[in-house]
Design a protein around this ligand. Structure first.
Ligand code: 3PG
Length: 210
């Protein structure tokens, strides 16, 4: 867990990817690598997720490929079997969190309330995903949520973009920010991987001094 979190903290941004076609996985992975962001949270929102994770892990062994939108243990097992190096859940799931903790699988559980955060703290997990960040009050809410749990850090996602990513990352409660702004679905569908690479580069440059 610690090694993973160190890597995520250094990368600062975690692209949240929705892949509808497995054949887009490799050009997408290449675009992220070329853009300087060798990390992806591939979401289980599509049928293509598991095979996309597998393809990316095989082609880019140095890339930090994780699974997002994991809502049950079955998906979690599938993601790990395909090579996923970490699990992200959109909300708090007792069964997925328990399974990951029992099996030494790094997990960032989703939270947006103190009650959910208490559950995460009880599993001794150091980082939660705060989702959907913009709609639940952004950094201001994270700071208030974090007050009773000074050891906790957060990965906000949902509404993070060029306009606010620096504000999040400048706060030491934030380990990294997640978002889809450099890997938008319409760019993937249109095969605009050069544009994805350029947006990725821009994102990396935007936060490099933080
Ligand atoms: C997620 O699952 O983390 C979000 O869908 C990403 O949010 P965004 O599309 O607003 O960046």
């Amino acid at each position: 867990m610690e090694e993973l979190l160190n890597r995520i903290e250094k990368l600062k941004i975690v692209p949240v990817v929705v892949l509808e076609r497995v054949e887009d996985a490799l050009p997408l992975g290449q675009a992220l690598m070329d853009g300087g962001l060798p990390v992806a949270e591939v979401t289980f929102r599509t049928e293509a997720a598991a095979d996309s994770i597998k393809a990316m892990c095989e082609a880019f062994p140095d890339m930090l490929v994780g699974a997002g939108t994991v809502i049950n243990v079955e998906q979690c097992k599938k993601a790990i079997a395909c090579g996923a190096k970490f699990i992200v859940t959109p909300g708090f799931s007792e069964e997925v969190t328990q399974y990951c903790c029992d099996n030494g699988i790094p997990i960032l559980p989703g939270v947006c309330t103190p009650t959910e955060l208490m559950r995460v703290v009880n599993y001794n997990l150091p980082v939660a995903k705060f989702f959907p960040a913009a709609q639940y009050g952004g950094l201001k809410t994270i700071k208030a949520l974090a007050a009773p749990f000074p050891q906790m850090r957060f990965m906000p996602t949902g509404g993070v973009g060029e306009a606010n990513v620096r504000e999040y990352l400048a706060d030491d409660k934030i380990i990294a920010a997640g978002g889809s702004w450099m890997v938008k679905g319409d760019l993937i569908r249109a095969g605009k991987f050069d544009e994805i690479r350029d947006l990725t580069k821009r994102a990396v440059e935007l936060v490099q001094d933080l």
